[in-house]
Write a new protein. Structure first.
Length: 619
């Protein structure tokens, strides 16, 4: 007993030393565990990069071998064809499947060298190419298709750019990939994504940063950023992406291509088997799969191919609604709503101009265009969208960052999510008088805390959807024309500007189909007007936005086309109308340029002729 009493006495005398030792010991364990996790992540990253480099090197050798065996082949005309033209040429025999495949593989490798947009070449595509003859009835017969990294392809990782998810290759193709193959398409390359997909900068610790095809100082957007860069870079004419907040539409806007976010479940919901997500289980704001391409008609062909018996048989949860070609090909005048500013995030001058110019073209073409105001966007963003996506306070998402290095583009965003609950509340209270929008956002990041609150939120979302549909029908609208975020951001700004997502994420909340059509490019006048940009709130976000989009002259300007749920065909028809009107409006200018060029060539020719005659006379 005396020895025990002495031990207790010693403990009391040296309690501080014991406490410090315990804390230091615990800290050492935590640091050691973190070091081990990062070491494991580093090893997995190195392995993934070696695998990618090996696939790229092998693909380069195959392209060279094919080129050597087909000397003098000119594929420029082939590469200019749309998906529909390409499939038609392959079916009638005027094009060879191998020529098409190796032409696009060559272009994809070139684009990747310049833009770092591919994560792996799927070498199994060569085996599919050899057996392609048995799929000649498919709508996408022989068409090479690129696939976003998180979409399951048998034998390949779907890591979402998260090192901790590497070395877990999927065991079977996702339904969308399987349907593409049964329709004759050749999935041939996987494309880059941001870490966790929860950002619209296309960068991760595994494969690095993808670049915008128009300007390497700009991002191609995200999360389907690798797709946008590859397609505009000429390495693919059709790709498959996913969209939960603009992940198809933003890269299309930033890179200058077309894309469609369908109604969720029209093709397949992302949270289902075969497609990876870092917020699995979150179903209040729905994600979806959709096509990306250089032109609208290629999107329509892809949708028609996917909405087939193959899809409905492989996935009985997809409503068996075939593609309605009659609606897509209709030419009847439309009743179109439009707006330039949703009241939450004010678009850049170039994007506002894009909407105005398209509105004028639509009116001249005989369509009825009327003002439409989206309902309570600030409420939708803070009280519905953010609370729904981060109902658990970000806990599920943050799990993927515990064992992985953090990409720099996400540091601000993830830092905000990691703040303790009490600190978020305190900062919100302090910031409310000066920065009310940021204060509300911080409160929304705190999570819901109970099932009862989750059910209440779901009911509020449904009510908001019904209110919007009611207003839409009151105005008797067919479709809606509105801005999309853009032009392309400078690198490392997206994580600081989640507010700018209001232009796209609103239609994920509403579950309306929405598509992007490029219509113009940023002008010097747009850049001058950007210097006077004030935004709607004059807060930190509005000021950051100016820096994010500065230096955008020459970058693509796009508009967004929206329809009611399950009306993808009408949305695509509207997109095609916009695409056609914009193209026709530019033809006179092109004709004038052609005339000037012909005049210059003719003038030069006459000068050369006169010089020749003069020399002849002198001789």
């Amino acid at each position: 007993m005396e020895s025990i009493a002495q031990y207790v006495s010693d403990m009391k005398a040296h309690w501080l030393l014991v406490l410090v030792s315990a804390v230091c010991g615990s800290g050492s364990v935590v640091l050691l565990a973190r070091w081990l996790h990062h070491a494991q992540a580093g090893s997995a990253i190195l392995k993934a990069r070696r695998r990618r480099d090996a696939s790229l090197l092998r693909a380069e050798r195959l392209v060279c071998e094919y080129g050597d065996s087909h000397p003098g082949a000119d594929d420029s005309l082939l590469l200019a064809l749309s998906a529909r033209q390409l499939a038609r040429g392959l079916k009638d025999g005027s094009l060879a499947a191998e020529d098409v495949f190796f032409s696009y593989l060559r272009k994809a490798l070139q684009a990747n060298q310049r833009l770092n947009c591919c994560t792996e070449v799927m070498m199994e595509s060569l085996d599919h190419l050899k057996s392609i003859g048995s799929y000649k009835d498919g709508l996408l017969y022989g068409v090479p298709v690129s696939i976003k990294e998180n979409i399951g392809c048998k034998g390949y990782d779907s890591s979402c750019g998260v090192p901790g998810r590497l070395d877990h290759p999927v065991l079977e193709n996702s339904v969308v990939v399987e349907v593409l193959k049964r329709q004759g398409a050749i999935p041939f390359v996987k494309t880059n994504v941001p870490q966790s997909l929860f950002n619209y900068e296309c960068s991760n610790p595994i494969y690095g940063t993808s670049l915008n095809p128009h300007n390497p100082k700009k991002t191609p957007g995200g999360s389907s950023g690798g797709e946008g860069a590859l397609i505009n870079g000429g390495g693919s004419l059709l790709g498959i992406g996913t969209d939960i907040g603009g992940s198809i539409r933003i890269p299309c806007s930033f890179s200058g291509i077309c894309g469609l976010k369908p109604t969720s479940k029209r093709l397949r919901q992302v949270v289902t088997k075969g497609i990876s997500s870092c917020t699995k289980g979150q179903t209040s704001v729905l994600s979806c799969v959709g096509p990306m391409a250089r032109d609208v008609d290629s999107l329509a062909l892809c949708m028609q191919a996917l909405l087939s018996e193959h899809m409905f048989t492989l996935d009985p949860t997809v409503p068996p609604i075939p593609f309605n070609t009659e609606v897509y090909q209709s030419s009847k005048p439309l009743r179109i709503g439009y707006f330039e500013n949703d009241g939450y995030h004010h678009p850049s001058p170039s994007m506002v101009r894009g909407v105005r110019e398209v509105k004028a073209l639509l009116e001249r073409a005989g369509h009825t265009v009327m003002a439409f105001k989206p309902l309570k966007v600030e409420y939708a963003m803070h009280d519905l969208v953010i609370k729904a996506l981060l109902a658990d306070g970000g806990a599920t998402l943050l799990q993927d960052f515990k064992r992985s290095p953090l990409d720099p583009s996400l540091s601000f965003q993830i830092g905000m999510y990691r703040l303790p609950y009490a600190l978020k509340k305190l900062l919100s209270f302090v910031m409310k008088p000066l920065f009310p929008r940021l204060a509300k956002s911080l409160v929304s990041l705190c999570g819901l805390g109970s099932v009862q609150k989750q059910w209440k939120l779901d009911a509020e979302i449904d009510e908001y959807i019904q209110e919007t549909i009611k207003e839409w029908k009151r105005c008797e609208l067919d479709v809606l024309l509105c801005p999309v975020i853009g032009p392309a951001f400078n690198h490392n700004y997206t994580g600081k500007l989640t507010c700018a997502l209001s232009s796209t994420i609103l239609y994920n909340l509403l579950n309306f189909p929405a598509g992007i059509v490029p219509v113009s490019t940023v002008t010097l006048e747009d850049e001058i007007q950007l210097k006077q940009y004030k935004g709607n709130f004059q807060d930190f976000w509005d000021k950051q936005f100016i820096s994010a989009v500065a230096g955008g002259e020459g970058l693509p300007v796009a508009v967004q086309c929206v329809a009611l749920p399950w009306q993808e065909e009408l949305c695509l028809r509207f997109m095609r109308e916009v695409e056609t009107l914009v193209r026709e409006s530019k033809q006179p200018a092109r004709q004038d340029e052609a005339k000037k060029l012909c005049f210059c060539i003719l003038s030069d020719y006459r000068v050369d002729c006169n010089r020749t005659r003069k020399r002849d006379k002198e001789d």
